[in-house]
Every structure is written in C-alpha cells, then in structure tokens.
Design a protein around this ligand. Structure first.
Ligand code: A3P
Length: 301
C-alpha cells in the first residue's frame, strides 16, 4: 500500500477520555469498532499486544526484521514501521484504519499491533489460534514513558503535570484502561492459551540477543547466529532513534521538541520522576491492586 501523505495530520484539539466497555478510551480507537470486533485473523498472523509504551515499536521492528529483514531493501528504507505493522484498532482518518491496512498487507505472515486489553481482542485471533507476543513493562517506567508520550502527542488526552498524570495512572484513567488489569489480564490468558509469549521490556534491555533468540524460537524460525547478531545490533536504541522508519519522526501530531518518541529507552528512569511520597503511595496501592496475580516485574536491572 502506498505511504500516505501525513502533512495534513494536524489535530485541532486533544481527545477526551470516555468509558468504552468498562475501559477508558478515546474515539480514535473506537470509531472503527464494528470492523475491529469482526476482524478476520488468520492462523499465521502474529499479534503484538502491549499496554502503550511497553516496547511495542521495539518488538514490532524485531519481528519485522526476523521475518522480512532480507526482503527488498526498499521495505526497510521507505516503509515506516506503522505501515508494516498496522495498529489494529486505530482510526485516524488521514491514514487508512488499522483494519484496512491489515486487510491489505501484502506480507505473510501479517504482523499486527494492538493495545487492547485481553477481553477486547477480536475473537477470531483466539479461534484461529494465531501467535501472540505480549510485551509488559514495569508500571513505574511505563507510567513515566506514557506521561512524556502524552505531553508530545496531540492525539492523546492532555496529561497535566506529572503528579496529576500519576494519580490518573493509578486510577486507571488512561487510554486503554488500567495498566494493572492489562498486564495481569494477559498474564492469566497465558495460562490457558499456549500460543502466547509473554515478554518483559526489562529482559529486552538486559539482553536483547537472548530475547531475539526466544522470539525466533517461539515463532518457529531458524535464524543463523550471524543473522541474529545483525538484528540485535540494528534494534539497539540508538540505531532505532536514528532510523526514520522506526523513530516516528514522520508523524506530525508528535512534537519531538517537547519529547522525542525514542526518549531514553532505560529501566529505572522512574527514579528521576517519582518523589519519595509518590513512590510510597504508588507501592502501597500497587500491592493491593496486584495481590491476586503472580506476574512479577523488575523496576531496576
Ligand atoms: P521511553 O519513553 O522510556 O524512552 P512503545 O513503542 O510501546 O510506544 O514504547 C516506547 C518506549 O520504548 C519508549 O520508552 C522508547 O524509548 C522505548 N524503546 C523503543 N525502542 C527501544 C529500544 N530499541 N531500546 C530500548 N527502548 C526502546
């Protein structure tokens, strides 16, 4: 599909949050709901699922290179990652909707991205037993990354200052709902759905090569050591930050002067944001919200 001209993609005002099937949402992700709900997945589709800012773009690019890295160089140099890996529920009007992009993907398998909580994923993915890669990131770094993203992205609700944002994050009043329900809902799903790989952003930072290997083995791919090393190098933070096809610099609604999309790429940046009081409040609340799940996160490595 042709790459759209995004120069007209200026949004006049920030969207408002509203309740959608029990989850906070904005209209960009619900306007196309009938088509999303009835989306026809295929058995060889690979769905990349995350809470926003958990490393979606990173894993999307790794998968793209694993499958198509040796295809035409033109794909790597002229197709932004958001065209190669459609964002299923997105409906931004000035570019084709996620379902339309996915329906028209020429590749096999199709790589598709979603931020939907597990209960809202179109049922055909389960019926087709498609492979799913879920990426989770510790709540504190996830919140910090989301805060800076909302500051620079006019397609997101107004974040307010850090403290206001953090309180809303704790209350689950963020696009795609509470982080807590998202990561634990997908974690529970993993217990019964075997075609799901649950990954952690912290593991990717700690040893990207090891995680690339884990991914290729989950996907049933045989990738040579040399190839794997090449991919691991190409997906390092600095490489992706420089790469116009992965750094989102082609999207005008994002103001990189406020904060770049590829911001820091670190584990533990929360320490530069949380006050002692905020941290204590957060930890106390976290214990309560996460008491019924076994999923465990590292806030430092
Ligand atoms: P920070 O804001 O903490 O820097 P998503 O793709 O889900 O929107 O996630 C974006 C976050 O992943 C950003 O986090 C971004 O910098 C980080 N990220 C993207 N590519 C990365 C890479 N190659 N290495 C480390 N972090 C990466």
């Amino acid at each position: 599909m042709e790459i759209p001209d995004l120069s007209s993609m200026k949004l006049s005002s920030r969207p408002e949050l509203f309740d959608f099937e029990g989850v906070s949402m904005i209209h960009y992700f619900t306007d196309n709901w009938e088509k999303v709900k009835n989306f026809q997945a295929r058995p060889d589709d690979v769905l990349i699922a995350t809470y926003p800012k958990a490393g979606t773009t990173w894993v999307s690019y790794i998968l793209d290179l694993l499958y198509f890295g040796n295809d035409s160089p033109e794909r790597q140099t002229s197709q932004p990652i958001y065209m190669r890996v459609p964002f299923l529920e997105s409906c931004f009007k000035v570019i084709p909707s996620g379902t339309e992009l996915a329906d028209n993907l020429p590749t096999s398998p199709r790589l598709i991205k979603t931020h939907l909580p597990v209960q809202l994923v179109p049922k055909s993915f389960w019926e087709q037993n498609s492979r799913i890669v879920y990426v989770a990131r510790n709540a504190k770094d996830n919140a910090v990354s989301y805060f800076h993203f909302d500051r620079m992205n006019m397609g997101q609700p107004e974040p307010g200052d850090w403290n206001t944002f953090l309180q809303k994050f704790i209350e689950g009043k963020k696009v795609f709902g509470p982080w807590y329900d998202h990561v634990s809902g997908w974690w529970e799903k993993k217990q019964t759905y075997s075609n799901l790989l649950y990954m952690f952003y912290e593991d990717l930072v700690e040893d990207t090569g090891r995680e690339v290997e884990r991914l290729s083995s989950f996907l049933g791919l045989s990738v040579s050591t040399k190839e794997r090393e090449k991919i691991t190098k190409g997906v390092q933070f600095d490489a992706m930050k420089q790469n116009k096809m992965t750094n989102y610099s082609t999207i005008p609604v994002m103001d990189f002067k406020i904060s770049p999309f590829m911001r820091k790429g670190k584990v533990g940046d929360w320490k530069n944001h949380f006050t002692v009081t905020q941290n204590e409040q957060f930890d106390e609340d976290y214990k309560q919200k996460m008491k019924n799940t076994t999923v465990k996160f590292r806030t430092e490595i």
